[in-house]
Write a protein that binds this ligand. Structure first.
Ligand SMILES: C=CC1=C(C)c2cc3[nH]c(cc4nc(cc5[nH]c(cc1n2)c(C)c5CCC(=O)O)C(CCC(=O)O)=C4C)c(C)c3C=C
Ligand SMILES: [Fe+2]
Ligand SMILES: [Fe+2]
Length: 363
C-alpha cells in the first residue's frame, strides 16, 4: 500500500496538539439503508464479534443485515433529535465544550470528535488534523471502562490509519477512567440532582452495556471496571448494598453475556414488590439508542407491566458542567509534557526557538 503524500517538511514549525474524542458511532440517518451500512461496519469488526470470520460473514450478510436494519431504523427514529442521532449530537457538543474549557485554562488545542463506525470516521478526522499541521494527538475513547470490544477497537482504527502515513504525529491514548474521581463525582451529582427534584426511589439500578461472558474469562477487564465504577458511585452516594443493583443491558445474539441482565432484573424487582426505581447508565457518557430507547422506553415498559409504579430514568453525563470539568482535568493530565499553553503563542514560540538554537539546533 503506498503512503499518503506528505506536505513539505515543516522546518521550525511549532508543535500543534489535538484531542480526538472517539465514540462508538451511529447511522447517518434513521433509515434501513443507513443502518445496513453502519451495522455492516460495526458488526463486521472482529473485536465486536469474535466468531471465525467466514462463518460470521455468512450469518451477518445472509441473515442479520437482511432483517435488523429496518427494525433498528424504527428504534432510532423514536429517539432521533432535530440535529441528528443523540450519540453524535452529544459527542459533538462535548468536543466543542472541551475545547472551550481547555481554552479557559490557557491551553491551545484543537478538539474534534470522531466515530469508530460511521461518520466522521477516525481516519478522516486524523487526515484533516494532519493537513492542518497537527503534530501531537491525544485519543480519548468515550468509554470509561476498558473493553477489547470498544476501547481496543478505537486503537485499531488509529493504528490502521497510521499504516499509510509516513510522518506520524506523536500519539497518546487513554485506556480507561472508570475510577477517575471527577467522573465518579459527575455521576454522583447527576443522581443527587435527580433525587433533589424527584425524590429517591426504592432502588438505584446502574445499567452498563453488556459484553459476551467469555470475554471476561479470556481476560477482558471490562466486568471488573464496571463493578468498580458502581461501587465507587454507591460509596459517593452513601448507598447501602441493598439499595442499588449493577446490571448489564443490550445483549446481542444467543451466547451468554455478563449477568445480571437489566430488563429481567427490573421485572424481578417489580414482582418482589419494589415500587419505584431510578435507573442510571454510567458506562455511557452520552445518551444514545441504548439508553433512550432500550432503557427509557423498553425497560420502563417491562418494569411497569410487571407491577412497578415509578420508573425514573437519569440522563447520561452528556454536556453536564461537572462532566465537562472532569473531562477537562482528565485530558489536561494526559497532555502533560506537551506544551499546549505555548504552541500558538508567537512570543513563546520565538523564545523556544531561540532556546533551541542556543542549544545547537539547526533552523
Ligand atoms: C458502552 C460501551 C459499549 C460496549 C462495551 C459495547 C459492546 C457491544 N455492542 C454490541 C452490539 C450492539 N451495540 C449497539 C449499540 C450501541 N452500543 C454502544 C456501546 C457499547 N457497545 C452504544 C453507545 C450504542 C448505541 C449507538 C447509537 O447509535 O446510539 C447495537 C445497536 C445497533 C442496533 O441495530 O440496534 C448493537 C447491535 C456488541 C456485539 C458488543 C460487544 C461484543
Ligand atoms: Fe453496543
Ligand atoms: Fe439495544
Amino acid at each position: 500500500m503506498p503512503f499518503q503524500p506528505e506536505p513539505p517538511i515543516p522546518h521550525g514549525q511549532a508543535a500543534r496538539t489535538a484531542i480526538v474524542l472517539c465514540n462508538l458511532g451511529t447511522p447517518d440517518e434513521a433509515t434501513a439503508p443507513a443502518l445496513r451500512r453502519y451495522l455492516a461496519e460495526f458488526l463486521g469488526d472482529h473485536r465486536v464479534v469474535e466468531i471465525p470470520k467466514p462463518i460470521w460473514w455468512l450469518i451477518l450478510h445472509g441473515i442479520i443485515l437482511r432483517t435488523r436494519p429496518a427494525k433498528s431504523a424504527a428504534k432510532y427514529a423514536s429517539v432521533w433529535m432535530p440535529e441528528g442521532s443523540p450519540l453524535k449530537v452529544w459527542t459533538d457538543r462535548q468536543a466543542t465544550l472541551l475545547r472551550g474549557y481547555l481554552g479557559e485554562r490557557g491551553h491551545q488545542v484543537t478538539v474534534r470528535y470522531a466515530m469508530r463506525y460511521g461518520n466522521p470516521s477516525i481516519p478522516a478526522v486524523l487526515d484533516e488534523l494532519k493537513a492542518q499541521g497537527v503534530t501531537r494527538v491525544l485519543i480519548v475513547p468515550a468509554y470509561p471502562q476498558y473493553s477489547g470490544t470498544t476501547t481496543a477497537s478505537v486503537f485499531d482504527a488509529v493504528a490502521t490509519w497510521g499504516l499509510k502515513v509516513r510522518h506520524l504525529p506523536e500519539l497518546r491514548f487513554i485506556n480507561r477512567y472508570h475510577d477517575d474521581a471527577g467522573y465518579i463525582e459527575a455521576l454522583a451529582r447527576k443522581v443527587r440532582a435527580h433525587w433533589m427534584h424527584h425524590g429517591q426511589a426504592d432502588q438505584l439500578v446502574m445499567s452498563f452495556h453488556g459484553v459476551p461472558e467469555r470475554t471476561l474469562r479470556l481476560g477482558d477487564p471490562y466486568h471488573c471496571e464496571c463493578q468498580k465504577t458502581a461501587r465507587l458511585l454507591a460509596e459517593k452516594l452513601g448507598l447501602a448494598k441493598d439499595r442499588y443493583k449493577l446490571t448489564f443491558q443490550s445483549r446481542f445474539g444467543k451466547a451468554k453475556w455478563l449477568e445480571p441482565y437489566t430488563e429481567p432484573t427490573l421485572i424481578a424487582l417489580a414482582r418482589q414488590g419494589v415500587k419505584s426505581v431510578d435507573v442510571v447508565c454510567p458506562g455511557f457518557t452520552s445518551d444514545c439508542l441504548e439508553t433512550l430507547e432500550e432503557i427509557n422506553m423498553e425497560a420502563r415498559e417491562a418494569f411497569l407491566h410487571a407491577g412497578g409504579q415509578a420508573f425514573n430514568y437519569i440522563d447520561c453525563l452528556n454536556d453536564s458542567p461537572d462532566w465537562m470539568r472532569a473531562l477537562t482535568e482528565l485530558t489536561e493530565r494526559h497532555l502533560q509534557g506537551w506544551p499546549t499553553r505555548h504552541a500558538d503563542d508567537p512570543m513563546a514560540l520565538k523564545e523556544s526557538r531561540e532556546r533551541a538554537l542556543a542549544l545547537g539546533a539547526k533552523d
